[in-house]
Design a protein around this ligand. Structure first.
Ligand code: HEC
Ligand code: HEC
Length: 468
């Protein structure tokens, strides 16, 4: 429906601008020039409208997943707290910021900004969190108050009645894949879509849900075990494979969760996710259906493998259908929006340009990085997958995916996600550690200054050609 709207709007705009410029009567019917202008205008409008729709979905759409996070897990009760009709002490804005949730300053009306500046807002009061939810200011979380649900679109509509209780919460892509620029104060600022939220302690948030029985039943364990598993994740991590194979921990006893990756700079990258599950639209559908628990359709017979994916196979996760589909029609625009997010260039002065230039030469020369991280996307064009043994790490996480391999991580924008470490599980705390690992494993014989240059090169990606 919405897309038809856009199309009509786009056509009207396209035609309107041609008439405005008086070009509807081509002076020379022999040239196709005016017609292609009209087509170009139309295409530009369609692109703009599509990106707008994708942005909207990425930021605000719950796909109806409040039926899971709200109605089933009753996460909203823990947010509201006993005093406001929920359970426990509630989630104050300071608690929320402490758990890595971010506040969108652009969603705050001037009077709220003034009150925050004047220090007259009690950031220790869960009632203020509810007020922020009413303003759609908590990034990636929608509060549903009273009867305020639009069941067709998967959006919250906030009733005027300020006493309407919080009755559910839903989550969005932006919860894990957006941060803010901290322009107001730490955790409060303008949105940065596509950046990995490495502060977000999603495990602690899930552990606070009033009812973890649905997850416990799915995994065939106790609620206490579910809490132990999710509390072990730590900031910036989530386990997208837990609901498929039920593995909470690795053989070495560490959490099986992986770091949240950025979702910018993915145009041209073939397979997505750490372990190359599929294309971007594949994974978007996977996440919206199987992780967020939105209402949609999903097909992947690879999940019928009961040895690799016992939970998914038992529950038919490769064959999901839903009476109302709030996901599938939104995938094209969501995909387009993600492709439109470039990896941000590092701030000027944040790296040593000369060292980075020397590192550039090493990257494709002595250090032999470019044979996998091909310049451009910094992943391989084609089948960008490698066994753990090819890069000197274990196969645990790779074997939790269909291909049993790791995807060559795209390297643009590394500077935006230095918190939480590098590689899928953050095993290398710094880029120096990454380079030292490769130096040993590939027996590269890099000198200490060369290692430093390589790190500066990694810090400089994507290189802004103008600054060279
Ligand atoms: C609860 C946190 C969370 C939410 C919500 C979430 N993601 Fe993710 N996302 C992750 C994690 C963790 C991974 C890595 C998964 C893996 O490799 O196994 C990931 C991976 C991805 C990737 C692959 C990135 C790459 O480097 O190839 C894309 C694309 C993506 N997510 C898009 C989305 C979209 C679109 C949504 C909303 C429909 C969404 N995600 C919601 C946590 C989240
Ligand atoms: C054989 C192919 C291959 C070669 C050669 C290679 N890499 Fe990688 N690289 C990978 C794969 C695969 C991953 C993903 C590892 C994971 O998911 O844990 C990766 C991950 C990384 C990461 C972590 C990215 C992140 O988001 O955490 C960095 C940084 C990196 N490589 C830099 C380099 C440098 C520098 C070199 C040269 C010294 C190099 N790589 C050589 C395949 C390769």
């Amino acid at each position: 429906m919405r897309r038809n709207h856009w199309f009509v709007a786009a056509s009207l705009l396209g035609i309107a601008s041609i008439q405005a410029s008086g070009q509807d009567q081509p002076r020379d019917p022999g040239t196709a020039r005016t017609e292609s202008d009209a087509e170009r205008l139309l295409r530009e409008e369609v692109v703009r409208a599509t990106l707008r729709e994708g942005l909207d979905t990425f930021r605000y759409d719950t796909f109806g997943d409040e039926a899971f996070w709200g109605d089933q897990l009753r996460l909203h009760e823990a947010i509201a707290g006993a005093r406001l009709g929920g359970v426990g002490k509630g989630l104050s804005p300071n608690d929320a910021l402490g758990l890595g949730l971010k506040i969108d300053v652009a969603a705050l009306p001037p009077r709220v900004v003034d009150a925050l500046l004047a220090g007259t807002v009690d950031l220790d009061d869960p009632a203020v969190t509810l007020a922020l939810l009413r303003l759609d200011a908590v990034i990636g979380v929608t509060g549903f108050f009273g009867e305020g649900r639009d069941r067709r679109s998967g959006r919250g509509i906030h009733p005027v009645d300020p006493t309407a209780p919080l009755q559910a919460v839903g989550i969005q892509c932006a919860l894990c894949h957006s941060t803010v620029d901290d322009s107001f104060s730490p955790g409060i600022g303008n949105r940065r879509d596509g950046w990995a939220n490495r502060d977000l302690d999603i495990g602690v948030i899930i552990a606070h849900a009033a009812n973890l029985q649905p997850v416990a039943e799915l995994l065939g364990v106790s609620e206490d075990t579910v809490r132990t598993v999710v509390l072990a994740w730590g900031p910036g991590k989530f386990d997208a494979e837990l609901f498929l194979d039920g593995k909470g921990f690795r053989d070495d006893g560490k959490t099986a969760a992986t770091l949240i990756p950025p979702v910018f700079g993915l145009a041209g990258v073939n397979l997505s996710t750490w372990t190359g599950w599929g294309s971007i639209p594949y994974w978007n559908a996977f996440v919206a259906n199987l992780e967020m628990h939105g209402k949609g359709s999903f097909f992947d017979p690879r999940l019928d493998d009961a040895v690799k994916f016992p939970i998914a196979a038992k529950n038919g996760f490769g064959h999901v259908t839903s009476d109302v589909d709030l996901i599938s029609a939104k995938l094209p625009a969501l995909h387009a929006y993600q492709l439109s997010l470039p990896a941000p260039t590092p701030p000027p002065g944040s790296f040593d340009v000369e060292a980075a230039d020397r590192g550039d030469v090493l990257f494709s020369g002595k250090a032999r990085c470019a044979r996998c991280h091909t310049e451009g996307t910094f992943s391989e064009p084609g089948w960008n997958m490698h066994a753990g043994s090819e890069i000197g790490i274990d196969d645990f996480q790779a074997l939790r995916s269909p291909d049993g391999r790791y995807r060559t991580a795209p390297l643009n924008g590394l500077w935006t996600h230095t918190t939480g470490g590098f590689f899928h599980d953050g095993r290398f705390a710094t880029l120096d550690d990454v380079v030292a690992h490769y130096d040993t494993f590939f027996v590269l014989g890099l000198t200490e200054p060369e290692k430093g240059d390589l790190v500066e090169y990694l810090n400089s990606l994507p290189r802004d050609e103008k600054e060279r």
